[in-house]
Design a protein around this ligand. Sequence first.
Ligand code: FES
Length: 357
Amino acid sequence: MGNDHDAASTGTPGATVDRLDAAAPSSGIAVITDDTIANPGFPPYRPRVGDLDPEKERQQERRVSALFVLSVVGTVAAIVSYIVFPIIPGDMQSVRLNNLFLGLSIALALLSIGVGVVHWSKALMDGHDLVELRHGTRGSDETRAKAVEVFQLGNKESGFTRRKVIRNTLIGALVVSPLPAVVLFRDLAPAEDPVPLLKRTLWAEGVRLARDPSGTPILASDVTLGSVFQVIPENLSEAEHPLEEKAKAAVLMMRLNPDELVVSAGREDWNYDGIVAYSKICTHVGCPVALYEQLTHRLLCPCHQSQFDITREAEVIFGPAKRPLPQLPITVDDEGYLVARSDFTEPVGPSFWERKL
Ligand code: FES
């Protein structure tokens, strides 16, 4: 410390002192002051209305119970909604109604419990501040010695280290015991090879691009510069499993100035006069990429903020996605409607083990 005082009086940069003799500290000297703020303690307890008036307390109690009853109503409504609005295969409207009423009812049920519990704790439960001092988590020496003693006694009585054959066979049994789980989980994998399953969608040569959800085909002349369309294959409603097919075939289409597009070799005819179509399924973990920033020509996935540059064949410019969105090659038919040139040329959606890309 004596050296520090010397350092302070000489103003040595980088030194630490507890008192500064000079009126103005020179730069590079850290001053440790002793004017720590006194513990202000807790503010005085402010009684709540329910603490002062028993009638108000009963009122709060009734409110909390009402919220819990409301939750029961939500639960019953969820069951009723599920029965009243069944999902009819192929009928998108039935899916929407089912999801809407089921979601609202479950939200009501869970929210009412949450709000009820919070209100209960704030309005009725004993409210007082606590101080919990931190302490080391290490046990005392006696506790640790006792633990070792118990362990050694257990070892001696069981003969775990002495009876080597029993010990080793037990270890062997424990090591192989998770194997059934491996076999069971393995069986959860799709029976079919997932590559063709995910690589093939409803898109094919000549299939018209249609508006989602109405299914009306789109004229190239309707796609104005800067506009964006949510697109499905026109033949989606004829599919055996329309929802599954839509999950793979959903597309976003937008029109840019053709001069802004950077097109790689082999893809020159994949856009039609600046109209480009890309899979809507994010290559990260499969969320729908639905946010288009018209000025920067970027598509944003709302799940984890991956961004794709549409001018550069949807290459990833930010976020956790690793691959560009697959592009759907398009052109127009004799009547001027936009049609696919072929299916996607690679599996859509997130990477998976067998994809090997
Ligand atoms: Fe799109 Fe994660 S799913 S960024």
